[in-house]
Design a protein around this ligand. Structure first.
Ligand code: S3P
Length: 169
């Protein structure tokens, strides 16, 4: 069984995954990094050369491979937008939606924005807010549990996740 971490860019999936991995004894699958490694180029280059749709196909393909495996999976922020992906996640693990306010996301993304094709070109609070709003229903539809991250340390967030029924033994 996998543990999928979903949520908007900057919600803390990548920093949370290793903390959970250590405690649960499961390896980390950082989907964006795995896709980059396989493609031999960055996410940004994949978007530029082949377009977003091609990137989404790579994401779904990788997710399919995880079906019978056990990882702590840090998912790209757009993965839950496709119904097929939401189904695959629910069938092969538990899905945790890490929530954060747009203001928090803006702050956390001060660095690392250039790597994210959807936020390049000076996306501000209003762009982040409207993209988040349009995605919220998909994140909720995919999730087994919601965990708030605003104003909390990675360790506090980890403890809340580990206290949820599927992980608390
Ligand atoms: C995306 C989020 C990114 C990456 C790509 C698209 C999105 O991942 O997959 O830039 O559509 O929200 P992170 O959420 O890890 O930044």
């Amino acid at each position: 069984m996998n543990l999928f971490l979903i949520g908007f860019m900057g919600c803390g999936k990548s920093s949370q995954a290793p903390l959970l991995s250590e405690r649960l004894g499961l390896p980390v699958m950082e989907m964006d990094r795995e896709i980059e490694e396989r493609a031999g180029m960055t996410i940004r280059e994949i978007f530029e050369r082949f377009g977003e749709e091609d990137f989404r196909m790579r994401e779904s393909g990788l997710l399919r491979e995880l079906g019978d495996k056990s990882y702590v999976v840090s998912c790209g922020g757009g993965l839950p937008l496709l119904l097929g992906n939401r189904r695959m996640m629910r069938e092969s693990g538990r899905v945790i939606y890490l929530t954060a306010a747009p203001e928090t996301i803006l702050k956390r993304l001060e660095r690392g924005r250039e790597e994210r094709p959807l936020l390049r070109g000076g996306a501000g609070l209003s762009e982040i807010r409207s993209l988040m709003e349009s995605r919220e229903k998909h994140y909720r539809a995919a999730a087994d549990f919601l965990v708030a991250t605003d104003g909390r340390s990675p360790e506090e967030i980890r403890e809340e996740i580990l206290s949820l029924p599927p992980f608390s033994g």
